[in-house]
Design a protein. Structure first.
Length: 90
């Protein structure tokens, strides 16, 4: 039994697969960029007194991780609250 698939369909299927892979790569890249942006934004928002105390106690990395974790949790909750409010308005 030979392959009776039309070359056009074979080419179309190959292009569809390639587009799917490209879409996945772009989605992965966007997720990485969003995470980097969120991390940078959280660090910019860290209060100066916390940063100075952490530096004095030689715990900058730990304080940065704790601050970032709390900031991200608050940011996500803010987004959920906004979407809940928007749904309730309708």
């Amino acid at each position: 039994m030979g392959n009776n698939t039309h070359p056009y369909l074979t080419n179309l299927f190959a292009r569809h697969q390639a587009e799917g892979k490209t879409e996945q790569k772009l989605a992965d890249e966007k997720a990485r960029a969003d995470a980097e942006m969120a991390y940078t934004f959280a660090n910019l928002e860290m209060p100066r007194d916390l940063r100075n105390r952490a530096r004095a106690w030689k715990m900058e990395a730990l304080m940065e991780a704790v601050w970032n974790s709390g900031f991200q949790a608050g940011w996500k909750e803010r987004g959920r609250s906004r979407s809940d409010t928007a749904e309730g308005d309708g």
